[in-house]
Write a protein of this length. Structure first.
Length: 446
């Protein structure tokens, strides 16, 4: 059979998967393959999958099924499924999806090239998923989406076992990366021209807990910010572990983004306890007030689940109260989706679908009002914007992000090229506030 020459990676799910996809691309590019855009041109199509909610599962099945006819027209094409569904289902996926050739998990990304070769040579599908902690994948080559931005994992896995969540089951126990390794990677990135990094972990605030004597997250933040980067972001923070030291590091370090993603999940203490979140509504709101006081102008985003088993109207009213009091700049809202293997999946007291939908709609409205008023408050201000290039929808507009993670659109100056702006900071005067973006004009380079 001829050698593989081309490949394509389709990515679902969170930033951890995006980062893993950069490593998959990096490995295959260094093995001599070329990245293509259309499945019909690819000798290997790799799906990096997510199973955090049911609709993510369903989407994968649809996408893989739609490749059947393409594969029939391109004999020898290989389809690989990795990421969290690969880890969860392993070899069982090969029975379910007959035209899949390789299944691999979250702990053995480095094995993908060898697995593709073995499926091709033996003309037989292969599945390999290791257990948590068996494989280390921090030091693979990678191909970054933007040359000026990098994802830098500082922890992998999760020890929190929120009762609804599949992540600890598919990503394994929390493991922190060595402090020196993180800092030296960031120093290298700066030399390579990276200006912005996002530190990644399911709960970055618990960094170092498994490394006796290691610095904690606040020190990581300060050290990374002093490597010469222009912007340092991080995700995700767990409210039970967000420390005053971290808030102080954010407040005192200008390179750290004025933005925090702090998932609340619910405003009801009963629901939070049932979810195993280990904080109360008042603890959460106390953190929010401390953040607004210590870091004026900070933007806050959150995740909220409605329809958790047993959630009453009164519980939901508490969630609505949190939305009103916390004044979020953005919120990712979800209807509870039972995931096999998690304790919440077997709870009897389910909320009827229509009730969950009504709560969801009311929540989305409340979030929208909050976002609109937070964006309007920025009218007339000047923001540091890191441009990404021209907008996907309109090539005459540049798109970038503020330190508060808000999308900003600015007209591309006549005769200018996007490459003069991508990956660079400019000061932008904001004169338009929409729900999903801000508009403005450049006042000066930052
Ligand atoms: N480690 C991160 C991200 C977890 S997944 C964190 O703790 O915030 C992202 C979000 O998906 C979660 O915050 C939660 O709001 C949502 N989520 C996870 N499992 C879910 C489920 N079973 N049903 C609905 N939403 C879920
Ligand atoms: Fe899931 Fe909770 Fe871990 Fe986040 S902290 S990944 S919600 S178990
Ligand atoms: Fe999804 Fe896995 Fe991330 S389940 S949210 S891709 S850790």
């Amino acid at each position: 059979m001829p050698a593989m020459k081309t490949f394509l990676v389709r990515t679902f799910g969170c930033q951890m998967n995006k980062h893993d996809s950069e490593r998959v691309s990096g490995m295959l590019l260094s093995a001599g393959l070329t990245l293509v855009e259309e499945p019909a041109d690819a000798d290997a199509v790799i799906f990096m999958t997510c199973c955090v909610r049911e609709n993510a599962d369903v989407r994968l099945l649809g996408q893989v099924a739609s490749l059947k006819s393409i594969k029939a027209a391109r004999p020898g094409q290989l389809i690989a499924v990795g990421g969290c569904i690969g880890q969860r289902d392993g070899a069982a996926l090969l029975d379910e999806l007959r035209h899949v050739d390789v299944v691999f998990g979250t702990h053995n990304i480095a094995r993908l090239p060898a697995l593709l070769d073995s499926a091709r040579e033996a003309r037989r599908p292969v599945a390999e998923t290791l257990n948590a902690g068996d494989g280390s994948t921090f030091d693979l080559p990678l191909e970054r989406e933007h040359p000026w931005h990098a994802w830098v994992p500082i922890t992998v896995g999760c020890d929190n076992f929120c009762s609804y969540c599949i992540v600890p089951h598919v990503r394994g126990r929390e493991r922190s990366r060595a402090f020196e390794e993180i800092v030296s990677e960031c120093e290298r990135l700066v030399t390579d021209g990276v200006v912005s990094v996002t530190l990644l972990g399911q709960n970055v605030n618990s960094y170092g807990r498994d490394l006796y004597g290691q610095p904690r997250f606040a020190e990581v933040l300060r050290a990374v910010a002093s490597t010469g980067l222009g912007r340092v972001s991080f995700a995700t923070s767990h409210p039970k572990d967000l420390s005053d030291a971290t808030i102080a590091a954010m407040a005192e370090t200008s390179q750290v983004a004025r933005y925090l993603h702090l998932p609340v999940q619910s405003g009801s203490d009963q629901v939070l306890a049932a979810m195993n979140r280990r904080y109360t509504k008042e603890h959460y709101l106390g953190l929010v007030e401390r953040l607004y006081t210590a870091i004026p102008g900070i933007a806050l985003s959150t995740d909220i689940i409605v329809g958790y088993p047993g959630e009453t109207d009164a519980d939901f009213a508490e969630t609505m109260e949190v939305v009103a009091r916390a004044r979020f700049d953005q919120a990712f809202t979800f209807i509870f989706s039972p995931r096999a293997e998690t304790p919440a999946a077997s709870l009897p007291d389910t909320v009827p679908r229509e009730v969950a939908q009504e709560r969801f709609d009311a929540l989305v409205d409340a979030v929208q009002r909050s976002v609109v008023s937070k964006n309007a408050a920025l009218l007339g201000s000047v923001q540091d914007v890191l441009f990404e290039g021209v907008s996907k929808r309109d090539e005459t507009m540049l798109a970038g992000r503020t330190s508060g993670n808000k999308v900003v659109h600015v007209a591309l100056p006549e005769g200018a090229d996007e490459s003069e702006f991508a990956g660079r900071f400019f000061r932008v005067h904001i004169d338009e506030a929409q729900t999903w973006f801000l508009g403005g004009y450049i006042v000066s380079g930052a």
